[in-house]
Design a protein around this ligand. Structure first.
Ligand SMILES: Cc1cc2nc3c(=O)[nH]c(=O)nc-3n(C[C@H](O)[C@H](O)[C@H](O)COP(=O)(O)O)c2cc1C
Length: 208
């Protein structure tokens, strides 16, 4: 498949066939993610590919628990179960990839010292620099999604489950400083998506 075709054809897929994904395919997906550019070449990412159905179920329960805790003040079970359904559809996928962001060391100590002298802490500095750590994660995820498309797999970039970041990090025993950023269910797609409305190029772009 041509790269541009993969880019144009990629869509979020939210229903999957139960066929398992071979480990070599999982490795190819992760390799494509880790080949992405990253700020200061920090490669500030870590991935956990969850294929154990028991662990995927436990993940779904952790997300539900986190969502119930967060939305605890809303006394509307209908609303809550709808939200939980939307944030746990990954439980029917044969593979769920967890994406974590790790510490990004900034390569130039004179820069970090200068920011510190102005009173910026590390997060404020990264924010002033346009959050290269978070952008790097986005680049890795998009690489992974495009490779999935090329391999005939469907996937969905999910951030809703992040509401249960603490519960999920605890479940997978992740080291301190690893921050859950995205959850990506992957599987052979079980349906064809509807065409999506796209903004006209003229709305989002100009040549000067
Ligand atoms: C950062 C990010 C977070 C997203 N989180 C979710 C999510 O939690 N649940 C979901 O169903 N889709 C999620 N999506 C998918 C978007 O809804 C989807 O990309 C958008 O509607 C465009 O559709 P397409 O991916 O089919 O082109 C997310 C996409 C991005 C880029």
């Amino acid at each position: 498949m041509e790269l541009f075709d993969a880019i144009k054809n990629r869509r979020s897929r939210r229903k999957y066939l139960p066929d398992p994904i071979p480990d070599e395919d999982i490795e190819k997906l992760i390799l494509s993610a880790t080949s992405a550019p990253s700020g200061c070449n920090s490669q500030c990412w870590r991935f956990i590919a969850v294929k154990s159905p028991e662990k995927i179920e436990a993940l779904s329960q952790a997300v539900e628990a986190g969502a119930r805790k967060f939305y605890g003040r809303i006394n509307d079970e209908q609303f809550l179960s709808n939200r939980i359904r939307h944030m746990t559809f990954f439980k029917k996928a044969p593979l769920v990839i967890l994406v974590f962001m790790t510490e990004m060391p900034y390569y130039d100590s004179r820069v970090t010292e200068y920011y510190a002298s102005l009173g910026y802490d590390k997060n404020e500095m990264l924010s002033r620099l346009g959050n290269p750590d978070i952008l790097s994660i986005g680049a890795a995820v998009e690489n992974l999604l495009l490779t999935a498309e090329e391999m005939g797999l469907g996937a969905c970039w999910m951030n809703d489950p992040i509401i249960a970041r603490d519960e999920v990090e605890k479940l997978f025993n992740v080291p301190n400083g690893h921050r859950l950023m995205s959850v990506i269910p992957v599987g052979k797609p079980a349906y064809s998506p509807r065409e999506k409305a796209m903004k006209e190029l003229s709305e989002v772009f100009e040549i000067i």
